[in-house]
Design a protein around this ligand. Structure first.
Ligand code: SF4
Length: 456
């Protein structure tokens, strides 16, 4: 057995063992693992010792169970390294820590993961002589690094508001605007059971009625972020508001950003909102410069939809939602409409039925694995196993390829698990072509990205 195989086996075994929250791997690593850690964690060795499959597994485990931060791991966060700035519905750590926390971790082979801080996690981060290391159960795995802080995080708008509290940089090249932390489903039908938006509050006081920002403030931040080259996409999201005020707001933001950028559309501009009750607003959203649009059903099964998203059912209704999605395809074009289905809230067959229904109409149903958010009504619940999620994503990729959709788009699109697996699938095919002598089915990347298996 080669050194690499030996290490891969030990690491793979250890990573899988830490995925369940109660794993015994929380205990300190035995001496042999500490010695291996020293050997393998030297800079420059990582990518020859750890393949993409192992790093993907480590990423999944980090996402699910988080990491402890040693004191040294806070060095430079908020100055050199980008800090978390409280986008609550996507933030595992909101309000739980006094210090500025790092936002995202860059792993070898181009993988990235948001930093989920967990003081009892088997993983930990520590900095030694300026190098940040990831450790598992006390064993050093390899050097990692946080995402650099974009320059606009240190700037203020013309009215003196720190830009980083108005919009956040994430996923490598996206500017994300959350226009409020309130959703009217709270008073009409009930908030979505998985959603934590209503449990948060903006870091800065609201200056614009129901909205945290004005369209002009957002345009100023967007202008700075695009000019710096820090972003290639802009996302806007938030809750349903009384009298559906958010739809007109998103239209106004689109116009303001286009004016500031001097463009007819916002490069990579997309909005996430509940399907408008007034379908004519879909054209107005397009005219305002948004390039693509999300009306997230979240759950396909109609009975579960009513149970898990009761407010969406009461304010909009599932039937109207489906009509709005069809209308959006007419306006924005096939492939430019998305309806996220959250993976883990309904059985696999019903999820796949929804994904097939939507894709037949030119709508992407991006698989977003459910993470039970602190502050959501389902806090404390458990998402299905890693194997379940992997199987679902691989089946989704199979389906997209079967209907002729180009996986390159999913591969290039971002840092989510389905993006990673699409990239891995394309790469393993190229690798298999270049090495016809190898039994590719034994490669961990093949098992993960093509077979959807984790039991190797
Ligand atoms: S509609 Fe549902 S998912 Fe959207 S913000 Fe409101 S509660 Fe959250």
């Amino acid at each position: 057995m080669s050194l690499r195989q030996y290490i891969e086996r030990r690491v793979t075994k250890q990573i899988i063992s830490v995925m369940p929250v109660d794993s015994a791997a929380r205990k300190e690593a035995p001496l042999i693992d500490r010695l291996i850690g020293r050997l393998i964690a030297a800079p420059n060795r990582t990518e020859t010792l750890f393949g993409e499959g192992e790093i993907f597994l480590i990423k999944a485990a980090l996402y699910l169970v988080g990491a402890r931060l040693e004191e040294s791991a806070f060095e430079g966060v908020g100055t050199q390294w980008k800090e978390q700035t409280g986008v609550y519905q996507f933030d595992f750590n909101h309000g739980q820590h006094e210090k500025a926390l790092p936002a995202e971790l860059a792993l070898p082979h181009g993988f990235h993961v948001p930093v989920n801080v967990n003081p009892v996690a088997p993983f930990s981060l520590e900095r030694d002589n300026g190098v940040l290391y990831l450790k598992a159960g006390g064993m050093r795995l390899f050097p990692v690094e946080y995402e650099p802080r974009p320059q606009f995080y240190g700037l203020h708008t013309s009215d003196g508001t720190p830009m980083r509290f108005l919009a956040q940089h994430r996923l490598g090249d996206e500017l994300m605007v959350t226009y409020n932390t309130y959703c009217h489903t709270l008073k009409h039908g009930g908030q979505c059971r998985f959603c934590a938006l209503n449990a948060g509050s903006p870091i800065i006081p609201k200056k614009n009625g129901m909205f945290i920002q004005t369209p002009e403030q957002i345009a100023e931040v967007a202008s700075a972020a695009y000019k710096e080259g820090a972003v290639k996409r802009l996302e806007i999201t938030g809750g349903i508001l009384p009298r559906r005020a958010e739809v007109d707001f998103i239209i106004d933001v689109g116009h303001a950003v286009c004016k500031a950028l001097g463009t007819k559309t916002i490069p990579g501009g997309h909005c996430l909102l509940a399907a408008p009750n007034d379908l004519s607003q879909i054209e107005k959203l397009k005219e305002a410069g948004w390039e693509y649009i999300f009306f997230n059903l979240e759950v396909w099964n109609e009975h579960l939809f009513r149970g898990i998203c009761p407010g969406k059912e009461e304010i909009v209704g599932r039937e109207h939602w489906l009509k709005a999605l069809d209308r959006a395809v007419e306006v924005f074009g096939p492939g430019n409409v998305v309806s996220i289905l959250i993976a883990g809230l309904e059985p696999l067959d019903s999820y796949l039925e929804g994904m097939e229904y939507l894709s037949a109409r030119g709508i992407y149903a991006d698989p977003a694995p459910w993470f039970p958010m602190p502050g959501s009504p389902m806090e404390g619940h458990s998402s299905p196993t890693v194997s379940w999620h992997l199987n679902l994503i691989v089946k989704t990729l199979d389906h997209w390829e079967n209907i002729g959709w180009d996986l390159n788009e999913a591969a290039e699109d971002g840092w989510l698990a389905f993006n990673d697996l699409a990239r891995m699938r394309l790469k393993i095919r190229q690798y298999a072509k270049a090495h016809p002598e190898l039994d590719i089915t034994k490669d961990i990347r093949y098992k993960l990205a093509v077979e959807g298996k984790i039991d190797f």
